[in-house]
Write a protein that binds this ligand. Structure first.
Ligand code: NDP
Length: 485
């Protein structure tokens, strides 16, 4: 069930998972189970759900303030160990230590603090129907055991984005991190008791998606699933959970466009678009992978963008000066590379990166799961590189002429997660943003988030939204009560 080693060629990454199995077994909340139980995913999920069900009455009857204090304590404990968490996340996932230190772990801490605060401020509705002598009000209650499934790209960040609102609302949880990157989830388990999280409130199951994930999806006592991952897995989860009428929140992939008009401030736009294309090795659902540049500035943009992309330093993730670490796995690296080959076969031009500058990889890392930031130009809109999620450090740059044309082209994919628009014309950014089919549109910036506001995608990028109000609504059941007086 557990991997023995997590290798990224030339660097042996992190954990010998075998050696932490025993710890895992005693630190998950279903820790009373015998070690043999853990070799069977179904039984493990069964034990975890049972444990979560048993804890629900006590946890859900605590006041929001009591739960808030516990969430804040957990945030403090993770923050106290931030460096250890960051080191583990970088080794386990391949991301740079700088990214783990400045993005992943601080955001995991903030997720707990944010929902610890927001749970104190929700109000319910009340209306009076004077002519009938009635008043109506709504009441919200936690749903029960929440099933939470998260991916490998931002492991603790996305896991806590689900655990924090779920338990803040009074639910108990069974969470399944990706088996490829479960070390920080296991580290967090060790802090739960110290933070005062009662036994059984947070249960982490370790196992692969097709076993542990599917067992959770099909469990009759888990009425709600919050999933972040690929569209393909989401389809399977939808299908498998349908007989149980489960409530689903699905945060899925993207094929996010950046639209750059000829009046854009390129001094801001170029560094931000490099970041939006290559941050975390391009393994972020919000990464830009189609860049539409207005024809008048196309050549200049391309020249400057490629020159800057070549400066991104690829190499050992533990080196704090490195910008691009290792991809998650050999299989994923091969998949990402295959897109570049397909683009070349279709006649597109690779301007830097894969296949062009391969020798520029640091000598010690040439056989690792590393890939240089890759920029492809002259790609046809119908090419798989412009239609499918690549999820690596690869971005396509194409020219456009008019506003009308670019909106249509940007919308012509099955996804609808995020988009960026670059222009100094305020009217235009509003017009374009309104018409783009995307759950999030950033204009003249990228990845500026306020967790109060809805996060999520349209079309094949997801169903539902998460955020202060949206997560509260998802993780609670509403009831309308009418009183005749
Ligand atoms: P997957 O869909 O492969 O896996 C996501 C999670 O689901 C993992 O924990 C995985 O377990 C589990 N899983 C796999 N198969 C099943 C199944 N049949 N039933 C239940 N659970 C299952 O996605 P990746 O991990 O490859 O993550 C990358 C994807 O996530 C990309 O498409 C990316 O765009 C998307 N994503 C979306 C975000 C958003 O907010 N919209 C944010 C971040 C990523 P295991 O890995 O252990 O097998």
């Amino acid at each position: 069930m557990f991997k023995i080693f997590s290798f990224r060629r030339n660097i042996v990454f992190g954990v010998t998972r075998k050696s932490v199995d025993d710890d895992k077994a005693v630190n998950v909340s279903c820790r009373h189970a015998s070690p043999s139980v853990f070799s069977l995913c179904l039984l493990m999920v069964e034990a975890a759900v049972k444990s979560a069900k048993a804890a629900f009455p006590i946890w859900s009857s605590k006041s929001p303030l009591e739960r808030s204090q516990i969430l804040n304590k957990l945030a403090d404990l993770i923050e106290h160990d931030l460096e250890a968490f960051a080191q583990a996340e970088s080794k386990d996932q391949g991301k740079t230590i700088t990214f783990a230190r400045t993005v992943d772990i601080p955001r995991a801490v903030y997720n707990f603090r944010f929902f610890a605060s927001s749970i104190l401020h929700h109000t319910t509705e009340c209306t009076e129907m004077a002519t009938m002598g009635c008043m109506h009000y709504t009441s919200r209650a936690p749903v029960g055991v929440a099933g939470l499934i998260s991916p490998w790209n931002l492991p603790l960040y996305l896991l806590t984005w689900k655990i924090a609102p779920a338990i803040a609302c009074g639910n108990t949880v069974v969470a399944k991190p990706s088996e490829m990157t479960s070390v920080t989830a296991w580290m967090m388990c060790k802090l739960l008791e110290k933070a005062g999280v009662p036994h059984g409130v947070v249960n982490i199951v370790f196992g692969t998606g097709t076993k542990a994930g599917e067992a959770l999806t099909c469990h009759p006592d888990v009425p709600l699933i919050s999933f972040t991952g690929s569209t393909l897995t989401a389809q399977r989860i939808t299908e498998k959970s349908a007989p149980y009428c489960k409530r689903l929140s699905l945060e899925l992939g993207g094929k996010n466009p950046a639209i750059i008009f000829d009046d854009a401030d390129l001094t801001q736009c170029i560094p931000t678009t490099l970041r939006s294309s290559f941050a975390n090795q391009g393994e972020i659902c919000l990464c830009t992978s189609r860049i539409f540049v207005q024809r008048g500035i196309y050549s200049e943009f391309l020249k400057r963008f490629v020159a800057e992309a070549k400066k991104w330093k690829v190499g050992n993730p533990s080196d704090p000066t490195v910008d691009v670490g290792a991809l998650i796995s050999k299989e994923h690296l091969e998949k990402v590379r295959s897109y570049v080959k397909k683009a070349q076969a279709e006649g597109a031009r690779v301007l830097c990166g894969e296949g062009v500058d391969s020798l520029a990889l640091p000598t010690g890392n040439q056989k690792g799961y590393f890939m240089l930031p890759t920029v492809i130009a002259e790609v046809k809109d119908e090419s798989c590189c412009m239609q499918e999620e690549i999820f690596g450090p690869v971005t396509c740059v194409v020219a456009f002429d008019t506003e009308e044309e670019v909106i249509e082209r940007a919308n012509s994919v099955k996804y609808g997660l995020a988009a960026t628009v670059w222009s100094s014309n305020v009217g235009r950014v509003h017009r374009v943003a309104q018409r783009l089919q995307a759950g999030l549109v950033w204009t003249n910036c990228w990845l500026v988030r306020d967790l109060n506001l809805p996060f999520g995608g349209m079309k094949a990028s997801g169903i539902g939204r998460e955020g202060a109000k949206d997560s509260y609504e998802f993780f609670t059941e509403v009831k309308t009560i009418t009183i005749k007086h």
